[in-house]
Design a protein around this ligand. Structure first.
Ligand SMILES: C[S@@+](CC[C@H](N)C(=O)[O-])C[C@H]1O[C@@H](n2cnc3c(N)ncnc32)[C@H](O)[C@@H]1O
Length: 245
């Protein structure tokens, strides 16, 4: 693992150190293939792990968040933190905390915050991604939007990491698990085979918390077409055979 530039325990957030290290390793591999991007910055904990990897190879990390917090961060919810509340805006605001983290970590030249709704940014996005970390909203609509909006930008062989993949609903919301399953079922992704234990982070009970899967295994133009319905489905087999390498 690369040495971290600051004590990550000081940063507000929900990322376990083992998850952070797995993300760092995956980002190092993915950065060789394309840009790195995370959805869900919060106060910058994952950005420090991933950003340190990117910095070591001179690659950027784009960090997308509207900084108004997820459902569970709102007042009255389990993960609300009153320190992150902006009275004037009448809303959460984690952006100043992210900026503070990036400055303290010496990552201001590496991590590029993008303030906006994930789906809106995804629609305008053009750069090929070598590493994608999905850790945004946990409603089905948000998780599915992240999956559909961002995975078509992954290059062939690029790495996808999904946080909070809980197979048992008792452990947490299921949408991240559902998009993880969707990715595996899509035939465009496959679980990392070699050294999978290195990138699959398990909790004490053996449940997967963060999974890293590779993909797409077919040409990514197919994944765009399939997901966005730009072509009639009947053309897919033909397009698939033309694009498969
Ligand atoms: C679990 S936190 C991210 C934690 C962060 N990765 C870390 O390591 O501490 C989820 C973040 O996603 C953001 N978020 C939720 N839904 C979003 C959306 N639709 N677009 C952009 N950001 C979103 C929230 O504002 C919140 O900061």
């Amino acid at each position: 693992m690369l040495k971290l530039p600051l004590d990550v325990d000081q940063i507000k957030g929900f990322l376990d150190p083992a998850e952070g290290e797995a993300l760092q390793r995956a980002a190092l591999a993915g950065a060789a293939l394309g840009a790195c991007l995370e959805i869900g910055a919060y106060c910058g904990k994952s950005a420090v792990y991933i950003g340190t990897a990117c910095q070591s190879v001179g690659a950027p990390l784009f960090s997308v968040d509207h900084h108004r917090g997820s459902e569970e961060n709102q007042p009255g919810w389990e993960y609300h933190d009153a320190e992150l509340w902006d009275d004037e805006a009448g809303a959460m605001d984690t952006l100043p905390f992210l900026r503070r983290t990036l400055r303290a970590a010496g990552l201001e030249e590496t991590v590029i915050p993008i303030v906006g709704r994930s789906a809106t940014v995804a629609r305008a996005w053009g750069a090929p991604l070598g590493f994608l970390f999905i850790d945004g909203g946990h409603t089905m609509e948000a998780a599915l939007g992240d999956y559909r909006g961002w995975t078509p930008h992954l290059v062939r062989g690029g790495l996808l990491a999904i946080h909070d993949v809980f197979p048992d609903p008792a452990d947490g919301g299921r949408p991240p698990f559902e998009i993880y399953q969707r990715a595996l079922a899509s035939d465009l992704f496959e679980e990392v085979e070699e050294g999978a234990s290195e990138v699959k982070v398990l909790d004490e009970g053996g449940e997967t918390i963060t999974s890293v899967i590779t993909g797409p295994v077919t040409a990514d133009v197919i994944s765009n077409i399939e997901r966005e319905g730009q072509r009639p489905r009947s053309l897919l087999p033909l397009l698939r055979s033309l694009c498969r390498v």
